[in-house]
Design a protein around this ligand. Structure first.
Ligand code: FES
Ligand code: FES
Length: 161
């Protein structure tokens, strides 16, 4: 079996993997990082989004072997070690950007990548960035509001919608 080496949440890991192993399986089943969710088998839901070399990627669309040598960050890697919340997670909580929470890890990872690239996105830019993330509960409005708030922008205009 081929061997892959990658850095996951700052820690170097080396494992033998079958060629068909998806990155999401590698993270969840191989490394026990179950914060990355699987919500579909059609690559549509975005619950599995992680960062690969700083870019938001659906980890069900990539083989683990393709991430060989990459820097991978999962939701566990952006969550403070003390079990608290980072500013994006806190904004989701404060602005009711989640209900069941199943989509939330993917949403937070997509939002974090967006804010790294575009620190003050407009509501439309946020909606565009979330195009690949499905939420069955919230109707998206509060997710957009949470990301706007996480970027330090005024959410009052959105709140009035
Ligand atoms: S699990 Fe649905 S897009 Fe990856
Ligand atoms: S909060 Fe339930 S799917 Fe988004």
């Amino acid at each position: 079996m081929p061997q892959v080496t990658m850095t996951v949440n700052g820690r170097q890991v080396m494992r033998e993997v079958e060629g068909r192993t998806l990155l999401v399986q590698f993270l969840r089943e191989g490394l026990g990082l179950t914060g990355t969710h699987v919500g579909c088998d059609t690559s549509q839901c975005g619950a599995c989004v992680v960062h690969v070399d700083g870019k938001a990627v659906k980890s069900c669309t990539m083989l683990a072997a393709e991430a060989d040598g990459a820097e991978v960050t999962t939701i566990e890697g952006v969550t403070p070690a003390d079990g608290g919340m980072n500013p994006v997670q806190k904004a989701f909580q404060d602005h009711h950007g989640l209900q069941c929470g199943f989509c939330t890890p993917g949403m937070v990872m997509t939002a974090t990548a967006l804010l790294a690239e575009n620190p003050r996105p407009s509501p439309q830019e946020i909606r565009d960035a979330l195009e690949g993330n499905i939420c069955r509960c919230t109707g998206y409005h509060n997710i957009v509001k949470a990301i706007l708030a996480a970027s330090g922008q005024d959410v009052s205009a959105l709140a009035a919608e």
